[in-house]
Design a protein around this ligand. Structure first.
Ligand code: PGA
Length: 262
């Protein structure tokens, strides 16, 4: 894992955006795995700015989102479909047919999930996966004890995640769905590059456990220690509990120029 500590969420997100933009410029038909939540918002804003001001071209890019709530129609205010449209897709030149997000209203969840996996495979696999981390260590909605071999499937959210996400539902926990469809940990680990973003002191404990703790299914994000190309972008508050923070800064500061892509 490469840990990149930036002063604030803006600097961390811009560094991650630089890595995404570099991939798209080198490989215009790149396949991106995308995330929702508060964390990637600045990243999407920066990519939109690059599209508008620097001509970053999404016309051949394909995307697969990590997850969606079961029971929310695409047009629902809190659906991840809506989130992605409003915060990213409607501001760039991506083709609607190249966008994939799990369908929270599917009537046949297992068949839908198998098709989602098949579509990822047919697209050639995910080149770059954007991830956030839950305060309970989840990635996508792979909650603690999710199998490291899991593929896209239905999951039950933890009480912690329901409480964390209630802020998007006017603070009303009773409105937060209890189930979701999420890419599995195996699906995420197949991505050729992973960019994990984590900002704010409320993520410090999960970040430390992910980077420096044992690899264990109770801390799903810890599996990224086994990923051959995982970059972790954190701000100072999220880096607070990292024992080797100074070493990560030292590594970044001493990176040879040819290796600096973000
Ligand atoms: P957040 O969620 O970006 O809203 O903090 C991250 C996650 O739950 O994966």
């Amino acid at each position: 894992m490469e840990v990149i500590i930036k002063q604030n969420a803006e600097a961390g997100s811009h560094a991650a955006a630089a890595a995404v933009a570099r991939l798209i410029r080198e490989q215009p038909d790149a396949v991106l795995g995308l995330a929702t939540g508060s964390t990637p918002l600045i990243l999407y804003k920066e990519l939109i700015r690059m599209h508008r001001e620097e001509g970053l071209d999404f016309s051949r890019v394909t995307t697969f989102n990590l997850d969606e709530y079961v029971g929310l129609p695409a047009g629902h205010e809190q659906s991840y479909h809506r989130f992605m449209q409003e915060n990213f897709f409607c501001h760039i030149n991506i083709k609607p047919e190249n966008v994939h997000i799990p369908d929270g209203m599917t009537t046949d969840v297992p068949a839908f999930c198998a098709d989602y996996e098949q579509a990822i495979a047919e697209a050639g696999g995910i080149d770059l996966q954007v991830l956030g981390i839950g305060s309970d260590g989840h990635v996508g909605f792979n909650e603690p004890t999710s199998s490291f071999a899991s593929r896209t499937r239905i999951k039950t959210l933890t009480r912690q995640t329901v409480a964390d996400n209630a802020r998007f539902f006017n603070g009303d926990e009773s409105k937060v769905p209890h189930h979701c469809i999420t890419m599995g940990i195996g699906t995420i680990m197949d991505a050729r590059m992973v960019l994990m973003l984590a900002f704010g002191g409320n993520k410090a404990e999960a970040v430390a456990a992910m980077v420096e703790g044992p690899v264990a299914a109770v801390m799903p994000a810890s599996i990224l220690q086994h990923h051959p190309c995982a970059k972790v972008f954190v701000d100072e508050p999220a880096a607070e509990r990292l024992k080797l923070a100074d070493y990560y800064r030292w590594i970044y500061d001493n990176k040879p120029g040819w290796q600096k892509d973000c």
